[in-house]
Design a protein around this ligand. Structure first.
Ligand SMILES: NC(=O)c1ccc[n+]([C@@H]2O[C@H](COP(=O)([O-])OP(=O)(O)OC[C@H]3O[C@@H](n4cnc5c(N)ncnc54)[C@H](O)[C@@H]3O)[C@@H](O)[C@H]2O)c1
Length: 300
């Protein structure tokens, strides 16, 4: 058995924690000794309306179990206020779990500006605003953990979710870069692509599977990624139903052409299957590694 994972006295912000996955995360953080800022605007899945009771009920549940929590009803678009509230309540901020989210699903030819912008605003700009406000505090204390909530729809694509897929894979790019910037300050940044039975997926997942994909089967990964034990950064994990797997980029060895001899569309066509051959594929970890094959081709 490994060491117990404790979040004792860590201050954790969970956005969109009034229901679904965020609620499950907040409950587990509190059970592991954290002070939790339970943020939720309390709007609909489509990002309309507001209702304070969602966050309030989660806080009541945490306190009834002897835990420590405070409710916050700001939108993630006002991220600085959320972080201020955590600082005012608990004096510091150690962990940010960017979880708040909405859907505006439509086939791309029907998607209008507001569907695109609202999804961007909540998922990307919201995660940016909260994380950006917490970042200097984490750097200063040389310790922090940030989790972004991505999606398999971003990784693999999904019909009717052009806006959502854009936002969710954007968060992975943000994860990769903040991991690089945060590492030397003890701030580790990871992303999850969860699958859980919540109001967001109700009707999309067959009922029997929906029941099994309980939100609390995602939270143990989130709590681990937020802990002292976790030293990974910049990673992406698919998680759901009690299963966890890690995702990485893979690239074929590729084909090097000689620019001095001319490089034509016909040569591309001729080598097309070799370009896409994943035999001996590489898994670049950063820009420098990614450029190795290209540079070798220049020198050849
Ligand atoms: N459920 C899944 O299978 C699944 C799959 C992939 C990704 N996700 C992501 O997981 C996260 C949680 O989703 P969920 O399934 O629990 O859905 P959910 O609708 O139950 O929870 C999302 C919460 O975010 C809150 N929220 C929305 N906009 C907000 C804003 N501007 N400010 C603050 N709070 C706001 C909502 O009120 C809601 O309580 C989302 O980012 C979602 O995109 C979920």
């Amino acid at each position: 058995m490994s060491e117990p994972v404790s979040l004792q006295d860590r201050v954790v912000i969970v956005t969109g924690a009034g229901g679904g996955l965020g609620r499950a995360h907040a409950l587990l953080f509190a059970a592991r000794g954290a002070h939790v800022l339970v943020n939720d605007l309390g709007g609909s899945t489509h990002g309309e309306g507001a209702n304070a009771s969602a966050a309030d009920q989660v806080v009541a549940q945490i306190r009834a179990a002897g835990g420590s929590a405070v409710a916050n009803h700001d939108s993630v678009a006002d991220g600085a206020r959320i972080v201020e509230h955590a600082l005012d309540s608990f004096g510091r901020v150690d962990v940010v779990v960017n979880n708040a989210g909405i859907l505006r699903d439509k086939a791309f030819h029907k998607m209008d500006d507001s569907d695109w912008e609202l999804v961007y605003k909540v998922h990307v700009e919201g995660a940016f605003k909260v994380t950006r406000a917490a970042w200097p505090h984490m750097r200063e204390q040389q310790w922090g953990r940030v989790i972004f909530t991505s999606s398999t729809s971003g990784i693999y694509g999904n019909f009717g979710q052009a806006n959502y897929a854009m936002a969710k894979l954007g968060l992975y790019g943000l994860t990769r870069t903040l991991a690089i910037e945060g590492r030397k300050h003890g701030v580790l940044v990871n992303a999850i692509a969860p699958t859980g039975g919540t109001r967001m997926t109700e009707g999309l997942i067959p009922p029997q599977v929906f029941e099994q994909l309980r939100p609390e089967l995602i939270s143990p990964l989130v709590v681990y990624l937020s802990s002292e034990q976790c030293q990974d950064s910049g990673q992406l994990f698919e998680v759901g139903g009690g299963w966890v797997g890690k995702v990485r980029w893979e690239r074929s060895l590729g084909v090097g052409f000689d620019p001095a001899q001319g490089f034509t569309p016909e040569q591309v066509a001729q080598h097309w299957s070799q370009i896409g051959d994943f035999e001996g594929a590489v898994h670049p970890q950063d820009n420098l590694q990614a450029l190795q094959q290209m540079m070798a081709n220049l020198q050849a």
